[in-house]
Ligand binder design. Structure first.
Ligand code: HCA
Ligand code: CU
Length: 453
């Protein structure tokens, strides 16, 4: 289904009080983590799985690169559009937005590719004007007005957003000068903190000024985390009524990234902002983080609030108290956000990374990556035939135990029955285990080099 079939879909849509615009596949793909782990880009399969997971989580707006970025990005878009269309009956329509420069080539390519909307941006700060675009404010205004007026007239159903990149180093008068000219033609005005200089105080002031001047136009925020303020800035903006918020899974993005989707949702819940949570599947928070981490070949970061690390206790005193009552050192209801082994939803679409993670980190089996890949192949062959009373997780555990005889890490007494995330050994060093030719490790009760983290 493309935008032409039901062109006014957006203007018929009733936006919720909080609309997340996920940009994992645009801003997130700019993360250096992809390079650290020699991955470099998300494959089309990664993208489709992430998009499906985001839609099932309740996200209605997904930002992607403009097709001019690379032929591959243009190709992958078709698979993403198909994945989106397959979920329309179950979850309603999800809008795909192209991130485009204020440039006719980007804009035309995005329209041809069937995007629902354009997230247009151009640098407005003195730094961006001098060293990035080379355009002064009058050039920007002239070009923006011409392009946006045409788009508004000729493509009335496209969702249009205009952002002055580097808003928080742009003088308020300069931002007004530009936004005054484009506001009649757009659905949203963006406020990106491109280099992460904003604080909750400066965010509050800027948003108040923009809301007073453009009371009828929705604002969209995008905060980088260079100072560690992305989340605090986002909460301040939302508190001041901003409806559209850019986030990524795990907060990945350029440099130290932007606001993490699940960290935002979690904090709104803790602040009892339940109206803002309409339509979001809170229990899917941890599973979606695990999925994103898998795609990056890493674990969910310890800095991510919705992580197993937040339920991991190492200090003896803490462990003792936790065994008496978990609330002593666990103040937050992480189980509401799916931080539990039950919520790693295994199935035929699970990648080997998820399976590796599930077996190693949650069930403490010792296995290397190539064994995880083999097990994944077996699991996928069998999962279609499981009995009604068996779950995919049970099937996987039985393959690991009965067919591969995988040795298990024995945890210290005090951490038994707790969910513990460990990063104890380099999986490349863990022995490869072949099915049916399996010898138990010499003494599985005292595996080498283990430590529960
Ligand atoms: C970029 C910069 C950007 C754009 C945000 C926006 C930023 O990577 O192109 O379009 O609103 O942080 O300013 O991500
Ligand atoms: Cu950015």
């Amino acid at each position: 289904m493309d935008a032409a079939e039901n062109p006014d879909r957006y203007h018929l849509y009733q936006p919720r009080p909080l609309e997340i615009i996920d940009t994992t596949l645009r801003e997130g793909q700019q993360t250096s983590l992809l390079h650290d782990h020699h991955k470099y880009f998300f494959t089309v399969r990664d993208k489709v799985e992430l998009v499906r997971a985001l839609i099932l989580y309740g996200v209605k707006f997904i930002e992607l690169f403009s097709p001019v970025v690379s032929t591959q990005e243009g190709e992958d878009l078709k698979a993403i559009q198909q994945a989106r269309d397959e979920l329309v009956i179950q979850k309603g329509y999800t809008f795909l937005l192209a991130h485009v420069r204020l440039h006719p080539d980007d804009i035309e390519a995005a329209i041809r590719a069937g995007f629902d909307g354009l997230n247009i941006y151009i640098g407005t700060s003195p730094q961006m004007r001098a060293f990035s675009t080379g355009k002064d404010l009058d050039d920007i205004v002239k070009q923006a007005r011409k392009l946006l007026e045409n788009l508004h007239k000729n493509h009335p159903h496209l969702i249009l957003r205009f952002s002055g990149e580097d808003t928080f180093r742009t003088r308020l008068e300069d931002q007004f000068y530009v936004y005054d000219k484009v506001v009649p033609y757009v659905d949203r005005l963006g406020l990106p903190d491109t280099v992460g200089v904003a604080t909750p105080a400066s965010v509050g002031q800027r948003i108040q000024a923009l809301r007073e001047r453009y009371p009828k136009t929705d604002l969209e925020i995008h905060f980088h985390d260079d100072r560690g303020f992305a989340l605090a800035n986002t909460l301040e903006a939302v508190r001041r009524g901003v409806r559209y918020v850019n986030t990524t899974l795990l907060g990945i993005g350029d440099r130290s990234g932007i606001t993490s989707m699940t960290a935002l949702i979690f904090n709104l819940y803790l602040d009892q902002q339940y109206d803002l949570l309409e339509g979001y599947n809170l229990r899917g928070s941890y599973p979606i983080n695990v999925l994103a981490a898998d795609k990056l070949r890493t674990l969910v970061s310890s800095k991510e609030p919705i992580s197993l690390t937040n339920r991991t206790h190492t200090a003896g005193v803490h462990q003792g108290a936790i065994l008496n009552d978990a609330a002593t050192y666990e103040a937050h209801p992480l189980e509401v956000f799916g931080v539990s082994e039950r919520d790693i939803l295994l199935g035929p679409l699970s990648g080997w990374n998820t399976i590796h993670y599930f077996l190693k980190e949650i069930n403490y089996f010792q296995l290397d990556e190539s064994t995880a890949r083999d097990i994944t192949t077996r699991f996928k062959e069998r999962v279609y035939q499981i009995d009604a009373d068996q779950s995919p997780a049970q099937l996987l555990l039985s393959i690991a135990t009965d067919e591969y005889n995988l040795p298990k890490l024995v945890l210290p007494e005090s951490t038994r029955n707790r969910i513990v995330q460990r990063l104890d050994e380099d999986s490349s060093k863990a022995g490869r285990v072949e099915p049916k030719n399996i010898k138990k490790t010499s003494d599985p009760k005292s595996p080498k080099g283990e430590s529960a983290k």
